[in-house]
Design a protein. Structure first.
Ligand SMILES: Nc1ncnc2c1ncn2[C@@H]1O[C@H](COP(=O)(O)OP(=O)(O)O)[C@@H](O)[C@H]1O
Ligand SMILES: [Mg+2]
Lengths: 400, 229
């Protein structure tokens, strides 16, 4: 009965109640949308980093991690790494820190000597080529460089660059390479740091073939925790790290964005709380006489209090699902189509974010949100309800 | 049997600032089945007295007993319960919950008392019949005339089977036809069901219907007469 009265009371002031309901719906929608964006951004960031750069696991000489000099190579026999249960693909790389120079400029870079097919299976480099082609043609000393570097060096496809680095013997060696492809990475920093050459060519320049890094992709990202120790025990002389260890900024990024999200949610919730308090106070003050009468004829304070609380919660119960529905629809719409951020993407790409964002929602968000909104409404109802029971019936009635 | 006893009731508003001595020693005893009008000019203390008798307000001093119980000892919350179980109220206006129908308004009190549905329904219909509103059962207050609303209020006041009904100027907002009508119903309930009524008024037509007329002047009873109808 209290519920019924509360429900009916809400519709006494239709416009006002609708405004509150819409406000709640919009608040919920905003939270869902921001949440979806956040999850989308995080996932894209991790996926980009994992799929195109870091891979799931990497193996190095333990000292190479501290100091990436050419002598710290992996000496283990790696032929049966591919056979480890759960491993999908591996790429053995020879790395050299050096310089790339064109007639116009020079830059410090990491030269990645790769086995073209293996590398492509791991980091999908060929997908990133925007000009020219991937390794495989008969060109001599081919090199693939990033768009950023090409611009900085003011150099074009099929032109030549010189790569210089310190060889194993300690001499500075140089090789001339012809640009066969230009790639554009998800992360512009990565793009300006890495150039790719065929491992054979790099070995020839160096005078010896060496392996510094093995990137590993597993079948199921969730099985990393099982596969990592397996590989570690198989190759005790190496260091095997997973993508979170390699790129601590991934976890940092995840938690940072989580904090931002919570702050935004709190702000929205606070705005809602004050909106609801204001409305419900109005609803109480408007009804002083009636509430006084109710208490006069024997409606006790608990009942009056609950009536106001119910009225508030009902607003939440109507508004929240509406917002959830809207939020769900918005996310579903953009989840497949994506949100094109290319006009802002110059800035975004520096942080490894995609230009097209695919928001995503996890199911439990809805439950959490539903509870949060109900708590919000309940909190917001306390003060108005308290005001209502503080009314003294004599005075309320006398004001007639 | 006495349903209300007051002895030396005094009520002073704003004792610390500008004291208003609204009641200055009221001794009044109301017996079961009486049909009493509290009359007097505006400001004479009628509302104050009814509020104190009804447990809505507390006297500054004096003794008050309702239904054999000294209500000055009750807490605010106990008073609310006491009012619900023992006293029926009819106010000048705003008696009904606007969002509920006539039936629901009457039922509401019984619901708060925890009376089972079947009993509630039966009694609601009886009461609506008693106030002559059988056909308005599902009407909301806004769809009723002022007189009809007051009749629903009387029915609502009766719902809890109170010891008596207090009505503070119940006809003040009514036209004369509705006034007569409401008085007829109240008088009938008094005669046939022996319901005790205490109502305040300054309307001579209403005073003429009372069987006991208590006159207040400046917070004291200046006359108290039983009238033979
Ligand atoms: N809350 C209050 N504060 C101060 N004075 C009051 C208050 N209520 C009533 N009074 C005063 O008490 C006196 C009696 O008022 P009331 O009981 O309302 O008389 P009546 O109902 O006969 O018109 C009046 O002088 C009135 O102004
Ligand atoms: Mg009065």
């Amino acid at each position: 009965m209290l519920l019924k009265i509360a429900w009916k009371n809400i519709w006494r002031s239709k416009v006002r109640s609708l405004v509150v309901i819409i406000a709640i719906a919009l608040g919920v929608w905003a939270i869902i949308f921001i949440n979806g964006l956040t999850v989308g951004i995080t996932r894209a960031y991790i996926n980009n980093a994992v799929n195109y750069e870091i891979s799931h696991l990497q193996m190095h000489h333990p000292q190479y991690i501290e100091e990436s000099i050419i002598n710290y190579q992996i000496r283990e026999e790696l032929s049966d790494l591919q056979e480890v249960e759960g491993v999908k693909a591996i790429s053995q790389r020879m790395l050299a820190n050096g310089m790339i120079s064109s007639p116009k400029a020079a830059r410090g870079i990491v030269v990645r000597g790769i086995q073209p097919a293996a590398e492509n299976a791991v980091t999908h480099l060929s997908d990133l080529i925007i000009e020219g082609e991937y390794f495989g043609s008969k060109a001599r000393n081919p090199i693939i460089i990033g768009q950023e570097i090409a611009e900085k060096l003011k150099i074009k496809l099929r032109q030549k660059v010189v790569i210089t680095f310190q060889s194993k013997g300690g001499d500075i060696v140089a090789g001339s390479f012809r640009i066969i492809g230009i790639y554009k990475a998800k992360n512009s920093q990565y793009e300006s740091m890495n150039v790719f050459v065929d491992q054979k060519d790099l070995a020839a320049t160096n005078g010896e073939k060496m392996i510094h890094e093995v990137a590993i992709v597993v079948n199921d990202i969730n099985s990393i925790d099982q596969i990592q120790p397996l590989i570690e025990s198989k190759y005790p002389g190496t260091s095997v790290r997973n993508y979170k260890e390699i790129s601590p900024d991934i976890s940092l990024y995840e938690s940072q964005i989580q904090v931002n999200l919570i702050v935004i949610i709190i702000i929205i919730m606070l705005a809602l709380i004050f909106g609801i308090i204001n409305t419900m106070l109005m609803a109480v003050l408007e009804r002083i006489k009636e509430l006084g009468m109710l208490m006069a004829v024997g409606m006790n304070k608990l009942n009056v209090f609950m009536m106001i609380v119910f009225e508030t919660i009902i607003l939440g119960i109507v508004g929240a699902p509406l917002g959830m529905l809207l939020g769900k629809m918005t996310i579903s719409y953009f989840e497949t189509r994506g949100i094109d951020l290319s006009s802002y993407s110059k800035g975004m790409r520096q942080f490894g974010m995609s230009e097209i964002l695919y928001p995503h929602l996890e199911g439990n968000v809805f439950i959490q949100l539903a509870i949060a909104v109900l708590i919000t409404a309940m909190l917001a109802s306390i003060y108005p309800a308290y005001k209502a029971i503080k009314l003294r019936p004599v005075e309320a009635i006398r004001s007639i | 049997m006495n349903v209300i006893i007051t002895k030396g009731i005094e009520k002073t508003y704003n004792p610390k600032t500008i004291p208003v001595h609204a009641l200055q020693g009221v001794d009044l005893t109301i017996k079961k089945g009486e049909f009493t009008a509290i009359v007097g000019p505006s400001g004479s203390g009628k509302t104050t007295l009814l509020n104190i008798i009804g447990g809505l307000d507390r006297p500054t001093s004096g003794y008050i007993e309702v239904g054999g119980k000294d209500i000055s000892k009750l807490s605010d919350n106990q008073l609310i319960d006491f009012r619900r179980e023992n006293i029926g109220f009819v106010f000048q206006a705003y008696n009904l919950i606007p969002v509920l129908t006539a039936k629901e308004n009457i039922e509401f009190i019984m619901l708060l008392q925890g009376i089972p549905k079947a009993q509630r329904d039966k009694r609601t219909l009886e009461l609506l019949h008693a106030v002559g509103l059988d056909d308005k059962i599902n009407k909301r207050p806004i769809e009723l005339s002022g007189g009809q609303q007051q009749r629903v209020a009387v029915a609502r006041a009766l719902a809890s089977k109170p010891a008596f009904i207090l009505a503070d100027e119940p006809t003040a907002n009514l036209d004369s036809l509705s006034t007569v009508n409401l008085l007829d119903i109240m008088a009938n309930l008094n005669m046939q069901e022996h319901i005790t009524f205490v109502f305040s008024t300054h309307d001579q037509r209403v005073i003429d219907r009372a069987r006991r007329v208590v006159t207040l002047e400046d917070g004291v009873i200046s006359s108290d007469v039983y009238v033979d109808q």
